[in-house]
Design a protein around this ligand. Structure first.
Ligand code: NDP
Length: 463
């Protein structure tokens, strides 16, 4: 049989695909990778990276206000949205270049083309009108915001994709959803001076997080002036004669705004890829079904990242890609480890968390000790800001093992990254207690909470 063109062909140039292509090419394998839009994928082009730049931009008004208490007089500040968008675009273009050249420098071929499967070993590069063959194919095409077509007027709405390129900053915005994207963008727009409404179907925002942190963030956001409408959904969106949008809510209320943004989850980008014809099983939501090693139902076709709908986070896609390379090209079968993933919500204040929430821990463990501290960080004192910080440690009372740590406050994401090491290592509360405090920091509270704030026994709070 003739030798195929590539050892590996990757469809999708995001975090997972680029990592797999670059590392495999670095092993001396023949690798091709196709990307139909821009190398870097969601994270770099219209996700984590531009989002974080927008978060920084939106924090300045509070910094300016806080400066007064420290003796600074800051002249009235003005903000220029087109400058932010242009500077962000320049940085994204730089990163995009690094992603593509990284693969090329390792010896891989990159294609700016949509790629679809012709059969289990053949890929059509549509922009070039030719086919290439490969021993292994990796599907790393990611996902995209759900357009929520059931909503009348959904075509008038934007998603996070468009939010990064709005020509004008809206005066008022209504955002649907209570997850990461909705909450982060609500804080970004509010920080940039936009009247902001968050409309969420559940009782409390951020359903996957610890309840204490959810409630405290909700309160802090409302105090800043973000209107949070829980237990409501949009029933329809209309454009008025003046160009503004009216969002009709399920409780009969209306919001008149300049933009409506939908952040109601994401859907895998698998339509029209030729996967079904090649025999690849898809889940009802379109995600590629994979085994523990990221192998699809066709044994030479693999998938990593958001398209598999396991955990939709960049570092997870990268980790899955590295495990794939170990399994297929280093003869070291390796299952991705999805346990105990630190995560942050870049809200204001920020959430950083690792391990189990109190409620989840109570479902799995009979006895918990909860250590909880809430205080005003030192930086806020002279600033005259009464925003508080929350630290919470969830401990298995039987083994003293730390099951989860939850932080709301400045640099919570940075803390969660480091705390992730301790929780992943299975450290106990006694290990935390033996650690010297570092003074004066906010994080020192993490090692100076010697007595439980309360106990939970069989799901009930007892003291
Ligand atoms: P999420 O899953 O976080 O949130 C989706 C939200 O939409 C939830 O509040 C959900 O409600 C709500 N929702 C879903 N369907 C409906 C519906 N039919 N009607 C009303 N509300 C609905 O998704 P996002 O889109 O915010 O983010 C996608 C993923 O991207 C996240 O899962 C996360 O992994 C990743 N991400 C990570 C970030 C980070 O690490 N900082 C930042 C941004 C995204 P309910 O909770 O009740 O189900």
């Amino acid at each position: 049989m003739a030798r195929r063109d590539y050892d590996l062909f990757v469809i999708g140039g995001g975090s997972g695909g680029v990592r797999a292509a670059r590392v495999t090419a670095g092993l001396g394998k023949r690798v091709g990778i196709a990307e139909e839009y821009r190398f870097g994928g969601t994270c770099v082009i219209r996700g984590c990276v531009p989002k974080k730049l927008f978060v920084y931009a939106s924090q300045f008004p509070e910094h300016f206000a806080d400066a007064a208490g420290y003796g600074w007089t800051v002249p009235e500040a003005t903000f220029d949205w087109p400058t932010l968008v242009a500077n962000k675009d320049r940085e994204i273009a730089r990163l995009e270049g690094l992603y593509q050249t990284g693969v090329e420098r390792s010896g891989g071929d990159t294609f700016r083309s949509r790629a679809t499967l012709v059969d289990r070993h053949t890929v059509l590069l549509e922009a070039e009108g030719r086919e290439v063959t490969a021993d292994h194919i990796l599907i790393a095409v990611g996902n995209r915001p759900s357009p929520h077509e059931a909503l009348p007027g959904h075509e008038l709405c934007i998603t996070s994709n468009e939010a990064f390129h709005l020509e004008r900053l809206p005066k008022a915005i209504a955002i649907a959803g209570g997850g990461y994207i909705a909450v982060e963008f609500a804080n970004i727009f509010h920080g940039l001076g936009v009247e902001t409404h968050l409309v969420y179907r559940g009782k409390e925002i951020l359903s996957r997080f610890d309840m204490d942190v959810r409630r405290a963030l909700h309160a802090a956001m409302e105090k800043k002036g973000i209107a949070i409408h829980c237990e409501r959904i949009f029933h329809g969106i209309e454009r008025g004669a003046d160009g503004r949008l009216t969002a009709h809510l399920s409780d009969g209320g209306t919001l008149v705004v300049d933009e409506v943004m939908l952040a109601l989850g994401r859907i895998p980008n698998t339509e029209g890829l030729g996967l079904e014809a090649a025999g690849v099983e898809l889940a009802p939501n379109g995600a590629v079904v994979v085994d523990d090693y990221s192998r699809s139902s066709v044994d030479n076709i693999w998938a990593v990242g958001d398209v598999t709908d396991r955990v939709q986070l960049t570092p997870v896609a990268i980790h899955e890609a590295m495990c794939f390379v170990d399994t297929v090209f280093r003869s070291k079968p390796t299952k991705p480890d999805h346990d105990c993933i630190p995560t942050a919500v870049f809200s204001q204040p920020e959430i950083g968390t690792v391990g189990l929430s109190e409620d989840e821990a109570a479902r799995r463990h009979e006895a918990l000790d909860i250590y909880r501290a809430e205080f005003r960080p030192m930086r806020n004192t002279l600033a005259g800001r009464d925003e508080r910080m929350l630290l919470k440690i969830v401990v298995d009372a039987a083994t003293r093992r730390v099951l989860g740590v939850h932080v709301l406050g400045p640099d919570a994401g940075e803390l969660a990254q480091v705390l992730g090491i301790a929780v992943k290592a299975g450290l106990t509360k006694d290990d935390f207690d033996r650690t010297m405090a570092l003074h004066p920091t906010a994080a020192e509270e993490l090692v100076t909470m010697y007595q439980p704030s309360y106990r939970v026994r069989r799901g009930e709070r007892v003291s």
